[in-house]
Design a protein around this ligand. Structure first.
Ligand code: FO1
Length: 310
């Protein structure tokens, strides 16, 4: 099995490329659930859904979240009735959250529900939520000189990633357990790939679940990460700004510094070839290639590179 640590869009694109070169039954993605939240009484799992919709071919790729051909009638009604609507849920997307919430209420775990939904879309890979327990990413940011503690979606969507972040914590992580199959997959995988996802808010929550980072450390030689930053910039999302305000180096070297204790190889972009020596100085291998997944072919080529590292 090939294990992939996954956040949202970057991971979804990478997984689409990986599935073009490896059968789905041999791929298991361990997905961040720290972004999950409740809206209108429903459980929303943005990263699981981004991956599901992308692999099912129904994602709104221009927008970067949600579904194609979406309408917002339900949201309009909620607004009419005075409910908060800053988090835009489309009518089709609501269907996912209704099914998920109902199955969770009936006693199924998030793992079971996720398996059910991915099967309904005909996906052959395994999507494993990092945990079935509630872990919530909290963003400690500064607004008008005051420190505020925001839920991930409040900071990301409502505040448009604007308030400078000075700390990120993972509420509930200390007492969470990895979901069934997570540690077994990491122990058995031929290769563990860290998708090009935000190191602080996509990969960070996965590492915060007890047992996962120890397991990765024991597999260090088989862990390969793809830098989500190219020339110090995130292809999508707030990684660069966030790393800077957190006091980290916003570059592939800064990501390598975060991963070095449990990851042996960083795949970095051609535009960052001058950073390779700094990565090797961290006792890691640096592999230089095109990491921009501009289309499915580029993502498949990147997946082949990640699979072929020694
Ligand atoms: N991102 C936005 O920028 N605005 C939204 O209104 C929004 C709604 C939304 C609904 C469902 C869903 O699964 C994702 C949604 N996202 C939205 C994306 C999401 O907030 C982030 O991309 C991830 O949490 C970061 O990985």
């Amino acid at each position: 099995v090939i294990a992939v640590l996954a956040g949202g869009v970057g991971a979804a694109r990478f997984l689409a490329g990986l599935l073009a070169v490896v059968p789905g039954r041999d791929v298991a993605a361990i997905v961040n659930t720290g972004d999950d939240d409740n809206f209108h009484g429903l459980t929303v799992c943005p990263d699981i859904d981004s991956i599901t919709y992308t692999l099912a071919g129904v994602a709104n790729t221009a927008q970067g979240w949600g579904l194609q051909d979406e309408t917002y009638q339900t949201l309009a009604m909620l607004r009419q009735l005075g409910a908060p609507t800053w988090f835009q849920l489309g009518d089709r997307d609501f269907g996912t959250h209704i099914v998920r919430s109902e199955l969770l209420r009936s006693g199924l775990s998030l793992s079971d529900v996720t398996a059910h939904i991915t099967q309904q879309w005909g996906l052959s890979l395994t999507l494993l939520p990092m945990t079935n327990d509630r872990v919530a990413t909290r963003i400690h940011a500064t607004v008008d000189g005051h420190t505020v503690d925001l839920a991930m979606q409040e900071w990301f969507v409502r505040e448009r990633c604007a308030p400078p972040v000075h700390n990120v914590t993972f509420e509930g992580a200390h007492s969470a357990q990895p979901a069934p199959g997570v540690l077994e997959t990491l122990e058995r995988a031929e290769r563990i790939i860290v998708a090009p996802s935000n190191p602080c808010i996509s990969i960070g929550p996965i590492l915060a679940v007890p047992g996962i980072s120890d397991c990765l450390r024991s597999r260090r030689d088989d862990v390969v990460a793809i830098s989500p930053l190219i020339s110090g910039r995130a292809v999508k999302g707030p990684a660069e700004h966030m790393m800077r305000t957190l006091g980290l180096t916003p570059s592939c070297v800064g990501v390598a510094e975060l991963y070095q204790s449990w990851c042996s190889t960083m795949i970095i972009d051609e535009r960052d070839s001058h950073e390779a020596d700094a990565i090797c100085a961290l006792n890691m291998q640096a592999h230089i290639t095109n990491t921009l997944m501009s289309d499915l072919d580029a993502a498949a080529t990147l997946a082949k590179v990640a699979l072929s590292q020694p």
